[in-house]
Ligand binder design. Structure first.
Ligand SMILES: Cc1cc2nc3c(=O)[nH]c(=O)nc-3n(C[C@H](O)[C@H](O)[C@H](O)COP(=O)(O)OP(=O)(O)OC[C@H]3O[C@@H](n4cnc5c(N)ncnc54)[C@H](O)[C@@H]3O)c2cc1C
Length: 475
């Protein structure tokens, strides 16, 4: 016999749980089930949980037409997370009140531009931050001489919390106190006709019927939709990210410290944890399908960067664990959130690097849509959207080169012959332009996705073709 729910949420990551929470807050009588899924590879509990509306910004992002709106969402979400954590926290989930941003000598000018863009945004918004003397950070930050900070600021408005501890509490007895039932199973949609609401079937074969379904299964979300409906959703890939858990060094790093975002990835960051450990993160490698383990090269790079750029004392600390999570990254890099063509089915994915931070705002929006047929209208993230081409092929190729050179510098790459500093970008540019000329149907993909296309064109091409054809895209 089918179990009946008012709302079924598929996925117990930040987006699924915050949506369930927002629904329960609006109407505590609702019967809500949240399916937890396979239990590994999710992004939320592996994340650094930096709630960083400003230090996440990039110069390129600030040129996007929706940047002001996004920043407002991020700032509101930051306030909502504080309130949310205060509901079940005894006061120590927030492990860093304030985030230190450093610019250093490691990278190319791309990182400098991003650093300056962050400072301009802080000033324009009159947000609370202070300039620090980079030579006297004195907060456990003690990099190698060739990676010394040139500038640093402390952003008081930002903070970080312990995601592992928070999600353990949120999926513990907190949900049952809010009348939210966690179902430890994978779910899929069973769909009779497009106009009737689909059932949800779990992996024991139990059928669940629901007034509304929210699919918030992160990087796995799109696979849950029937072919005809999936075609219309922007493809979502997996940004495989990895973090190292280490003991604090002899002189601990007591505040979250980070560099600006660069090379299409998050800046290098260290976040103190509630159990006294230190979380080190930075990596993101795009893949067509979610992965449960990070490549060894990513582990090597993260360990090396942390020791060089954050504290050489980290070389002496114990490595105590590795976390791997899959960020849901959409084709146009924007979130995919809202009502779908399937009756009573809503979707929430594609949040990329900042889904954890934005999740309270997304949860509120979805709760509004599910219960009242409208939210506070995040039109830009409408899931039923045609292909968005934000770049010309030439500009995209140039952006690929800028970020590739930045990544080369970050990995301490050097040329033996001085002329190659000029030549290498030119050779790369010629290659990138050729790649852009030959993309399926001439669709100019985001520069951040170019590397994925180069590594795995066989898997990516049919996914792109399916979406472009569904929307009648022609060169
Ligand atoms: C290493 C790393 C560091 C990050 N740092 C930050 C940060 O500092 N700040 C920030 O804002 N963001 C950060 N992010 C990004 C952020 O974590 C994501 O954007 C966000 O967590 C996505 O949330 P989600 O709920 O959509 O996905 P997820 O957290 O992946 O949750 C989706 C869940 O659905 C489950 N599922 C899959 N299939 C099914 C199924 N069939 N049935 C039921 N359940 C299913 C999965 O198991 C998963 O648990 C980071 C990500 C990573 C990987």
């Amino acid at each position: 016999m089918a179990e009946n729910w008012d709302v079924v949420v598929i996925g117990a990551g930040a987006i699924g749980l915050m949506t369930a929470q927002a629904l329960a807050d609006r109407d505590p009588r609702l019967r809500i089930a949240v399916f937890t899924g396979p239990g590994s590879g999710g992004a939320s509990a592996s994340s650094g949980a930096m709630i960083a509306p400003f230090t996440e910004l990039t110069a390129a992002g600030l040129r996007e037409p929706d940047h002001a709106e996004r920043l407002q969402y991020a700032r509101r979400a930051a306030a909502l997370w504080r309130d949310h954590l205060a509901r079940f926290d005894d006061g120590d989930l927030i492990t860093s009140d304030g985030v230190v941003l450093i610019a250093n000598t490691v990278s190319t000018d791309l990182a400098d531009h991003n650093y300056r863009a962050i400072k301009s945004a802080l000033r324009a918004e009159t947000a609370d931050f202070e300039q620090l003397d980079p030579a006297e950070l004195g907060r456990g930050v003690s990099p190698a001489w060739h990676a010394r900070p040139t500038e640093a600021i402390l952003v008081h408005e930002e903070y970080a919390f312990d995601a592992r501890a928070a999600f353990a509490l949120m999926t513990g007895n907190w949900t049952s106190r809010c009348n939210i039932r966690l179902v430890q199973a994978c779910a899929k949609l069973r769909h009779e006709s497009p106009s009737s609401a689909p059932d949800v079937i779990d992996d024991t074969g139990q059928v669940h019927s629901a007034g509304a379904v929210v699919v918030a299964a992160g990087a796995w979300t799109r696979d849950l939709f029937p072919d005809d409906d999936r075609r219309l959703l922007p493809p979502v890939f997996s940004g495989v990210g990895m973090a190292l858990l280490v003991a604090q060094p002899a002189v601990p790093i007591p505040l979250a410290v980070r560099t600006p975002n660069e090379s299409f990835a998050c800046g290098l960051h260290a976040v103190p944890q509630r159990d006294g450990l230190l979380y080190l993160g930075e990596t993101s490698q795009l893949a067509v399908h979610p992965a449960l383990h990070a490549p060894l090269g990513a582990i090597e790079h993260l360990a090396r960067s942390s020791v060089r750029q954050l504290s050489t004392r980290l070389a002496e600390t114990r490595h105590l664990g590795t976390l791997t999570g899959n960020r849901p990254v959409s084709l146009d890099l924007d979130p995919v959130i809202g009502r779908t063509a399937l009756a009573n089915v809503h979707v929430a994915t594609g949040t990329g690097r900042e889904g954890l931070a934005l999740s309270p705002v997304i949860g509120e929006y979805l709760a509004g849509q599910v219960l009242a047929g409208h939210g506070n209208d995040i039109k830009l993230w409408d899931p039923q959207r045609p292909p968005q081409q934000a770049w010309t092929a030439e500009a995209a190729a140039a952006e690929v080169v800028r970020n590739t050179m930045c990544s080369f510098a970050e990995k301490e790459g050097k040329f033996a012959f001085a002329g190659w500093y000029e030549q290498a970008p030119r050779v790369l540019a010629a290659h990138a332009e050729q790649v852009y000329e030959n993309l399926p149907a001439g669709f100019v993909i985001e520069p951040a996705l170019c590397d994925l296309y180069l590594r795995d064109p066989e898997s990516m091409t049919p996914i792109l073709d399916e979406y472009l054809q569904a929307w009648g895209w022609h060169r």
